[in-house]
Design a protein around this ligand. Structure first.
Ligand SMILES: CC(C)(COP(=O)(O)OP(=O)(O)OC[C@H]1O[C@@H](n2cnc3c(N)ncnc32)[C@H](O)[C@@H]1OP(=O)(O)O)[C@@H](O)C(=O)NCCC(=O)NCCS
Length: 211
C-alpha cells in the first residue's frame, strides 16, 4: 500500500468505465486482511449477525434488522439495484475466514458533477483493527481509477468520530458541519461533511498512507 497514491497517479485514466457497468460488475478488491467482493444472497446470515446490533446501527441511516428475512430482503434489493447499474456496495470479507463482516459502497453517484458518496459499516466484533480504513483506501483507489470522478464525499454523525477518523486516515478533508442535517433515530443530528478531490491526490501535501 505504500505506493497507493503513486499507482493511481501514474495511470489516472486507465480503465475508466461507464458507471452503470462498473456498479453492476464491481471488481474484487484485496487488502492485507480483507477481500471486498460483490454481495450474494448466501451472505445474509453473516450480515444479519451484525446488522441486528443496535450499536452498529446507531449512527447509520438504517434501523437494526429485526429478522434474517429482513436482511435477505435488503440484500436482494442491493443485488437487484447493482445488476440494474445503480450505485452499489461491496461486502467486506475477512481474508482468513471468508466471513462477511461489513459493507462499503456508493450511496449515490452524480454523472453531472462527477461526484459520489461513500458509506460503510462493520460488525462490532472487528472495530478498531484498521479494517474500515483498509476497505475505504481500496475503494477510493478503485473509484478514482475506474470512474470519471472529480470528487468523493463521505459524511458522519458528529457523535461518531471513529468514522471521521477513518476518512481522515484515507486522505479526506473535513469541509464543515451541517447542523441538524439529518433526522435519525428520533432526533436531528449534526453531520460532518468530508471530501477527497482527484486534485488532492496530486498535491504533495496529501498525507501518505502509513502502511
Ligand atoms: C465507523 C467504523 C466503520 C470504523 O471502523 P473501524 O474498522 O473500527 O475503523 P478503523 O479501525 O479503520 O479506524 C478507526 C479509527 O477511529 C478511532 N476511534 C475509535 N473510536 C473513536 C472515538 N470514540 N473517537 C475518536 N476516534 C475513535 C480509532 O482509534 C481509529 O483511529 P487510529 O487508527 O488513529 O487509532 C465502525 O465503527 C462501524 O462500522 N460503525 C458502525 C457503522 C457506522 O457508524 N458507519 C459509519 C457511518 S458514517
Amino acid at each position: 500500500m505504500k505506493f497507493f497514491w503513486q499507482r493511481m497517479l501514474s495511470v489516472p485514466d486507465a480503465g475508466v468505465q461507464s458507471p452503470p457497468v462498473f456498479f453492476s460488475c464491481l471488481p474484487l478488491l484485496e487488502t492485507q486482511d480483507l477481500v471486498l467482493r460483490r454481495p450474494r444472497m448466501k451472505d445474509a446470515a453473516d450480515i444479519y449477525a451484525y446488522a441486528k446490533d443496535e450499536t452498529v446501527a446507531r449512527y447509520v441511516l438504517w434501523e437494526p434488522h429485526r429478522s434474517l428475512s429482513e436482511t435477505r430482503s435488503c440484500l436482494h434489493d442491493l443485488i437487484r439495484r447493482a445488476r440494474a447499474g445503480y450505485p452499489s456496495s461491496w461486502v467486506i470479507t475477512l481474508r482468513e475466514t471468508g466471513r462477511v463482516i461489513g459493507t462499503i459502497g456508493f450511496v449515490w453517484y452524480s454523472a453531472e458533477n462527477s461526484s459520489a458518496e461513500i458509506g460503510y459499516s462493520l460488525s462490532r466484533d472487528y472495530w478498531n483493527r484498521g479494517f474500515a480504513t483498509q476497505a475505504l483506501r481500496a475503494v477510493v483507489a478503485e473509484a478514482f481509477q475506474s470512474l470519471p470522478l472529480n470528487r468523493l464525499e463521505a459524511q458522519h454523525d458528529l457523535c461518531n468520530p471513529a468514522s471521521g477518523r477513518v476518512m481522515e486516515k484515507c486522505g479526506f478533508r473535513q469541509e464543515g458541519v451541517l447542523r441538524s442535517r439529518v433526522f435519525n433515530k428520533g432526533e436531528y443530528v449534526d453531520v460532518a461533511l468530508w471530501s477527497l478531490l482527484r486534485s488532492d491526490l496530486t498535491r504533495a501535501t496529501v498525507k501518505q498512507p502509513d502502511c
